[in-house]
Design a binder for this molecule. Structure first.
Ligand code: 13P
Ligand code: SF4
Length: 327
């Protein structure tokens, strides 16, 4: 059996696995036997979130990766998240069950182009969103996530000139909140770009007692319409404490799983995208991970995130600065 061939050709191991409850119990058993943990992002499939040891937003997942005593981290998320875990815990084996799980936002900022951009503005401090490659992180002074972006920006002196990359929507949102001098890279996420303002307004008119809640990666017209804007964890928290009973959720609909678990009596409507054949905007990269791929990743201990130590050391500086500011 040639495991390397699977990784090369498919990006994951495609061997038969047990099914149903047996699949779940075998995954849990391997986690125990191998001292492994499963970290899952809120956009993952429901069953993947349910089997994880820890479910969270980008910031919380990085914090978990930095402090875990496990020997193996199985990252149920996308590539930049697993890469960040490896940078924070280089001595650990970090597995990404499907190597094809990339991110359109991270891909919208190629390191070679970004390097030229940074070099053209040497007077600016470079703040990059965590949705970036290790190479872009190495070109950055501080990393942020959507949970702590305002705090990170406000930790800098008021007259400091900033480059913000790669998300123009999050960048413009933070610029409007902080009033800082920010030069913003023109990147965006294909999921959050796709929400249809017209369809959300129509939905809101049909459901008058509904609040619109949105991720800051959404385009400006959707952000203006939203009653609340926040990271995935902040959106989940908001629906827990808010008095409304119904929400139109303008982010990847995976978050609705946690909303339903904490407030099952409420109603959550995924915001519609422009494409009329699809009611919701799913991130296909987040949905690539499934239980069978997690099982095979644990069993064969591949696909593994591998980074050379020089790259890790360079990228770690900006992530650790975020951790110091954000806690
Ligand atoms: P959060 O940090 O809010 O979890 O967002 C991650 C992400 O990829 C949003 O598209
Ligand atoms: Fe990347 Fe967008 Fe998917 Fe988030 S939703 S992981 S930003 S492609």
């Amino acid at each position: 059996m040639d495991i390397d061939r699977f990784i090369k050709e498919k990006g994951y191991v495609d061997l038969e696995t047990p099914r149903g409850d047996k699949l779940i119990s075998e995954i849990r058993k391997m986690c125990k036997d191998k001292n492994a943990i499963i970290l899952a992002h809120y956009y993952e499939r429901d069953e993947v979130q349910d089997i994880a040891d820890f479910t969270g937003d980008s910031l919380a997942l990085s914090q978990q990766a930095a402090k875990t005593s496990a020997d193996i981290i199985v990252f149920a998320g996308v590539h930049f998240m697993a890469e960040t875990a490896k940078i924070l815990s280089p001595e650990k084996k970090v597995l990404l069950p499907d190597m094809n799980a990339s991110c359109s936002l991270a891909d919208s900022c190629p390191a070679e182009d970004f390097e030229k951009f940074v070099q053209a503005h040497p007077d600016r401090t470079v703040i990059s969103y965590v949705n970036t490659s290790a190479e872009v992180k190495a070109l950055s002074d501080i990393i942020c996530t959507s949970s702590n972006a305002v705090k990170i920006i406000q930790s800098l002196p008021e007259d400091e000139k900033i480059i913000f990359a790669p998300d123009k929507n999050l960048g413009n949102y933070i610029k409007s909140l902080t009033g800082r001098d920010m030069l913003i890279w023109n990147g965006s996420c294909h999921v959050h770009r796709e929400f249809s303002l017209e369809k959300i307004i129509k939905l809101k008119n049909e459901n008058p007692d509904t609040k619109v809640i949105a991720h800051p990666e959404c385009e400006e017209p959707v952000r203006i319409l939203a009653d609340f804007i926040g990271s995935t964890s902040q959106l989940i928290e908001y629906t827990k404490i808010d008095s409304y009973e119904k929400y139109i959720v303008a982010t990847e609909p995976g978050v609705i799983h946690q909303m339903k678990l904490s407030s099952p009596e409420k109603e959550y409507i995924p915001a519609p995208g422009h494409d009329s054949t699809c009611a919701c905007s799913e991130c296909e990269f987040m949905k690539m991970t499934n239980l069978a791929k997690i099982y095979n990743a644990l069993k064969y201990e591949v696909p593994e995130i591998k980074l050379d130590m020089k790259k890790i050391e360079k990228a770690a500086v900006s992530i650790k600065r975020m951790m110091e500011i954000s806690g």
